[in-house]
Each structure stands twice: as structure tokens, then as C-alpha cells.
Design a protein. Structure first.
Length: 188
């Protein structure tokens, strides 16, 4: 569980605001890389990180916060879920390697605009609503659940289950094993 310097647990709204700042910083890094004409691979990796971070944060938020808010205002939750669908669709377009680069770049610009608008609406509507309807204790419990869920999602994201990825890992290990075997059999 994350905590502040004073050792107290953080409320979910504070955690979400920190995540929003992280996403904004990733977008800024991507924009700076494009402005500095960094290699396409660097820009693509940064945008991939943006997409991965957004996906994990949104899923954890939808699973932890929205059920708690739904009891108070189902329409509010629906509106933010709908915004999340738009973000998810743009992420899918960016990740689709079959699409031309220009289309993916346009989707990245559109994603940035959708996220910027969503962050503003969260700051002006969702966060004040949550603070007014939930107690500090509830928000801390939700914060703990959110951190736990996000950690599990990051673990799943880091574990690449594709056979090709597993083969690459084995291939990277095999030369080391061969070298170790040669060194063991070498006379001293």
C-alpha cells in the first residue's frame, strides 16, 4: 500500500489525481520527443507506455471506484464509463499495427484530446462528487483496493503470455548457458 510521507494511507481521489498527473507527464514526454524529432521507435514506445498506463488506471478505476459511486448516481458513472470507451477505442487504434502510421498518429492526437477533456471533467465533476458522498475512511479503503488492483494489473501487463515472447526469453538464456558450460569444461 502506498502512503504519504506522514505514514497515513491515501484516499482514492488523491491517488487518481496522482495518476492523472503521471499520464499528463507521459503525454508531455511524448510531445517533447516528437518536437525534438526523436526516432519513431522512441515516440512509439512512449505512446505505448501512455496507452498501457491509461488502460491499467482506467480498468482499476472502473472496478474499484465506479461501483461505490454507482449507488449515489448511476448516470454519472455511465457518463464516465462512456468516456472511457472512447479512450479505449483510441488506444486500440493506436495499438493496431495493421493501420497506417498516419492513422495511428491521428488517433494519438485524438486520444490526447479525449484524455485532456476527461481529466478536466474528473477534476470538476467526479472528484468533488466522490468527496461529497463518501467518507474519508471509505475513500482510504477504496484507495487501498485501487492500489492493490492496479498492482495486479501491472503484474499481468508485465507477464507476456505469448509463445513468441517466451521463445525470445529462452533464446536469450541459451547462449548464456552454453557459455557457462564451456567455462565449466575448460581446463584450469
Amino acid at each position: 500500500m502506498e502512503s504519504t510521507d506522514t505514514g497515513r494511507a491515501e484516499a482514492i481521489v488523491d491517488l487518481l489525481q496522482a495518476d492523472d498527473a503521471q499520464v499528463a507527464a507521459l503525454f508531455d514526454r511524448h510531445a517533447a520527443a516528437e518536437k525534438n524529432r526523436s526516432p519513431a521507435a522512441v515516440c512509439e514506445r512512449l505512446m505505448g507506455r501512455v496507452c498501457e498506463t491509461l488502460s491499467i488506471q482506467r480498468l482499476a478505476e472502473e472496478e474499484v471506484l465506479y461501483p461505490a459511486v454507482r449507488a449515489s448516481d448511476d448516470k454519472l458513472v455511465f457518463a464516465f464509463l462512456l468516456a472511457g470507451v472512447g479512450i479505449t477505442m483510441r488506444i486500440a487504434e493506436i495499438r493496431d499495427a495493421a493501420k497506417p502510421r498516419a492513422t495511428r498518429d491521428f488517433s494519438a492526437l485524438r486520444l490526447k484530446e479525449l484524455v485532456r477533456r476527461n481529466l478536466l471533467e474528473r477534476t470538476q465533476i467526479l472528484f468533488p462528487f466522490v468527496r461529497s458522498r463518501l467518507s474519508q475512511t471509505q475513500m482510504i479503503w477504496l484507495g487501498e483496493d485501487y492500489l492493490e488492483r492496479k498492482a495486479r494489473l501491472w503484474t499481468l501487463a508485465d507477464a507476456d503470455p505469448t509463445p513468441r515472447a517466451a521463445a525470445r526469453k529462452v533464446a536469450a538464456i541459451l547462449p548464456w548457458r552454453k557459455r557457462a558450460q564451456r567455462e565449466e569444461t575448460r581446463p584450469r
